[in-house]
Design a protein around this ligand. Sequence first.
Ligand code: MTE
Ligand code: HPA
Ligand code: MOS
Length: 758
Amino acid sequence: MKNIDSVNHTKGLSVYVDDIPVTIDTLFGAVYASPIAHGIIKKINLEKAASLPGVVRILTATDIPGINQIGGIVKDEPLLAEDMVHFAGMPVAFILATSDAVARHAAQLIEMDIEPLPVITDPRLAKEKNQLIVPPRTFKTGNTKEAFEQCHYVVQGTAHTNGQEHLYIETQGAYAFPVEHSGIKIYSSTQGPTAVQRHTADVLGIPMHRIEVDVTRLGGGFGGKEDQATAWAALCALGAFIVKKPVKYVLHRMEDMRMTGKRNPYTADYTIGLNKDLKILAYEVTFYQNAGAAADLSPAVLERTLFHCTNSYYIPNVLATAYSCKTNLPPNTAFRGFGGPQGMFVIESAIAKAADVAGVPASTIQEKNLIETGDIFPYGQKAESEARASWSTASDTFNFKQTEESVIAFNQKNKLVKKGLSWMPICFGISFTKTPMNNARALVHIYSDGSVNISTGAVEMGQGVQTKMLQVAAQVLSIQTDRIKVNSTNTYRIANTSPSAASATADLNGAAVQIACTTLLNRLLQTAARLLGNEVAPENVSLQDEWIYHHQNKTEIHWKQLVSEAFIQRVNLSEHAHYATPVIHFNPSIEKGHPFAYHVYGIALTEVTVDCIRGTYTIDSIRIVHDFGKSMNTDIDYGQIEGGLVQGIGWMTMEEIVFDDKGILKSNALSTYKVPDIYSVPATIEIVPLLTQKENMAILQSKAVGEPPLMYGIGTYFAIRNAILAFNPSSPVAFDAPMTPEKVLMALYPHFSHEAIS
Ligand code: MTE
Ligand code: HPA
Ligand code: MOS
């Protein structure tokens, strides 16, 4: 089935926040943000701005009727700065004006007197100064100290990953309307409508039931709108609440890049120990997460780093500690993979370095240590592993041996161009790591004409979840898809939702749709049995492709007739269902449990060519074996793999976030921040499904696919590294992503590097 949005997307008819017709009384908002990263506010001078014609009102923290707080996990994030600023781009004032242009002009006229304080951007320095967002977490299994003594190889190192700008095509924004009884209706580009509702209620000092949040779709979220859509929605709501007029604010790209947080950068120290047979016996790792100036989702991201710190390997002795470090950067946040990719990069670096020391290809160590069914993850869950199946399917399908030989032969023949190969297995746990979040609801109405309307908590952000919701309903009810309409996501129809995140949206909301539709179907089959006569038992009646069957005989009763009869007989044609993932649990006081409904596995084989004069590279091919379960929509799921993969390649190779030491973002526009374009996409992307149709907790056995493919992109880093080493085997290539062409060039010719020259 095609994505239900594809035609409208192509025609430009899909509606986003900025497409909602604007009422004539609408005011336009603009944020005045702190120009510096840390300081004490001495004075804010609003006079010049306020006197600009068209400026209606300028709101500051003192105008907030409720509490000035939007922190989700930790209450450490004011909506508007009070007496301090903690990062450059921190909102200080919100201007309301009769036009967009006037509001932004006014923002430039605001003057602030700030006494600067020292700025910290380095997470290790923050840790030294004991500036932590939350206490550190440690996952431990076995005894690493003892195990290292049994090891033949013990290798230490450091690894760093930079942040990543979400660069959703639709920037952040919201449009809020005052409604009767001091209520507010907000259109928001958010992955978390309930988060917007709850925090706005706090800010306004009113109950949640007075706030309706509605989301049609997002032009991308990628985690950047899981928590960070809230500020703009709350500011618009605050304006609408106070001035009693609709307020709209859609961020410009540069505002968005400067004011919102990104993927958390990490720096880590590791020690890995292997025996003579290259079995990994022990792994110690310490992560320093750059959280930025407030907690936001960083504590949860930190937790997922620990869950994925051994990727798809079984390691019997693990000691992993993670610090969430407070710096003066915009609060960093969720980004596809949610800390998992950062953890996986470190173990892959450790394996690559150990392989160098042992004089074997990294793939030898990787293959020997794949997690098997029955092995226990460091956090206590027993693996149902597809790691070996993925590896061997890929090895057969993509002919590992021959590929390796052809790369070696190429490198022998060519002096100034070198090829590199890498293997990147992945293993990603599906469920919110915070167990209580794994629940969802659906509301299904069957109208008397036989058409169906579904509401869930799922937010469409391009990942195709609404198409999947529709498919679930069509399959359970056995009716045509064009009889079904999926509603916008609305807090008045579906309450207390978890954000659409953790790749679990289709599983959670789909299961709720399944339950609601099954209940409705059973009710309708009872009606059908009554229609067919006294002696007919409902269990012998079924609905197939819109027709009622008795035993296996088609009857004259069609879906539409059945629904209209049921309506006349006063049968309830609406159902609200609730789903909570069974089985899962986790105890953070011992850091053990069974947090994930299941894991998604796969492997990517990456081949790159490096131009050893220029340091530039091309990605020749990425061949993937991916564990789909049984994909319910291959068009959407293959699209997710391609999109996630390219986003992962961008993070690993070219996307370079630069803050200066004053905490000012230098890469604040698309001219200074490079994301993959069509030319960066590998010439060949091959995706081979691993058939793993088993009893699992995935919706219709179709495993979650949103985040895992991003991690295939990590392979690109190691393929480029291998090509560099083919040119210069003694190059001290650092594990420091992204691997930009500049870094490649320096690694090819380390004796010419800045350090060597100075
Ligand atoms: N795909 C598109 N096109 N746009 C997005 O914003 N977000 C990703 C992924 N795929 C995203 C996307 C992220 S971060 C997650 S968690 C999942 O989709 C969320 O949707 P799902 O739970 O339905 O997979
Ligand atoms: N993944 C993504 N988003 C989340 C999670 C998670 O595990 N927990 C809270 N928000
Ligand atoms: Mo995705 S990072 O869980 O929104």
